[in-house]
Design a protein around this ligand. Sequence first.
Ligand code: PEP
Ligand code: MG
Length: 577
Amino acid sequence: MSSRFVIAGSPAARGMALGRARLVQPSQIRVDERPLAETEIETEVERLRLALDTARNELKALRDKLHGALAREVGEFIDAHSLILDDPALTEGLFTLIRQGRYRAGLALKMQRDRLAAAFDAIDDPYLRSRREDIDHVVGRVQAALNRDTTRAERQIASRVGTILVGDTIAPADVAHLTEHGVLGLVTTGGSPLSHSAILARSLRLPMVVGAREALEMLTDDDLLLIDGASGEIVAHPTAQDLARYRQFQREQARHQDALARFKHAPSRTLDGVHVHLYANAEMPADLALARACGAEGVGLYRTEFLFLQRRELPDEEEQFATYRDVALAMGGAPATIRTLDLGADKADATGLALASEPNPALGVRGVRLALRRPEIFATQLRAILRAGAFGPVRILVPMITSAAEISAVRGMIATCARELRSAGHEIADHHELGAMIEVPAAAIALPAIMRKVDFIAIGTNDLTQYLLAADRNNDALGDLYDPLHPAVLKLLAQIIAAGARARKPVTLCGEMAGDPRWTPLLIALGLTAFSMHPSSLLEVRQAIAACDHARLRRLAARLLRAQTRAGIERVLATVA
Ligand code: PEP
Ligand code: MG
């Protein structure tokens, strides 16, 4: 057995996973650079042929397993990979490199990959350029098939467990699609716990470690890994003791789930009887089922951009309508808050609609800014949402609002879409509540003007924190600066919540902070009474609410807001713990 070693990273999604490594950055894979002897050439050609066949069979097996809602999208993606595998531009060059250049298969693959990648990099079209990733994934699969050289004992365990993806970064779209297929955990050398990929990983309950800088250098495909998404530790070639720790974790998980089960249908009330509304964040159908099972009062944030990722054409009105209608139906009469498209920043789509090549994408044409610049695309989405409103109370939430004028523009478009739909014979509700995400500091500070134009607001602390502290939520190096407990963030949160109360309009908080039971008392102290979080956090937060004394916490607010540091804030909170 290979010997055990540990790589350190930062925790991004809780949970432990045992699986074999799959390196998704083939450019980083170590390859044997020694030239082949004349007598080795045909064996090497055969090795490559076998690896290509294995990769083809794996893709076919994956394709055959597909069913349900994602089948079409994921199928398209797998077909594209199968086509690349059969493309002579990739394969013929490979055999020539082995036969004439005497390169080993691994090195030949790497050279072909680098050559194709350079050709893709030179393309102007952002969509085609983004397809370079497909080449990486295909080459990675063939490399993995070539590199299956771990010991037999390890392979026996590895064949029984799934895969842990290891890459520099993992795009949200890849998380969404690949995790459907046996991926048990994620490791990235860069990234941050606040990236959309990390949010998705938590949503899929996939353990994830980010910032594991040495992972690609130290790991080889098929290494057996035990990752701990709570501590950020990655153990390669785990020992019997590590495996015992993993089994212990699984037993504790089962106990924890049992303990939480009693909060499934309990009311969300503080010790002194104040009702706190709990809603669910969702981006895929499985989230909706869990939201219902855990007693969410509705969907507080449905992120629609995941419908737009990893595909060539934009989803049309019918497809979007069917998706949003299903959200409304799944909520069985409870409100479903559909957030309009928030492409841009780290959610660049494959259609080229949001350009990742903007000089400063997080401060660029993102969210409502993109929507208003592409009214034909936005109108399609609004029409689909309005039609879905016939199947349950649907609320429209607009991301990245900076000014009241943007809300007026959206309202105008909604009115036009509703008129057109009615004259085309569609049943449209008389009124759809319209809300603004408050995640740009300017909107938070100049809130009254926006408040007058909306029916509700949702605080997006993930972005509000990054913009207020000028600390990129995706940049691991700024992890210390990016602190939702910074006194400036708390002051702004308190102001927003108070402004909502004065205007008598509902305020929900739907950033990651809402789902972290450590901060439940703090947010209640600031006056928050509606939280929206991934459904997997609902029970824990409900449990935390049940331990809160609302009146006592509210009396702490002034002291919390006077605290000058995070440590000071934590000291005040400790007095009620
Ligand atoms: C936020 O910014 O807090 C939020 C909920 O939106 P997203 O994470 O999708 O940007
Ligand atoms: Mg946001």
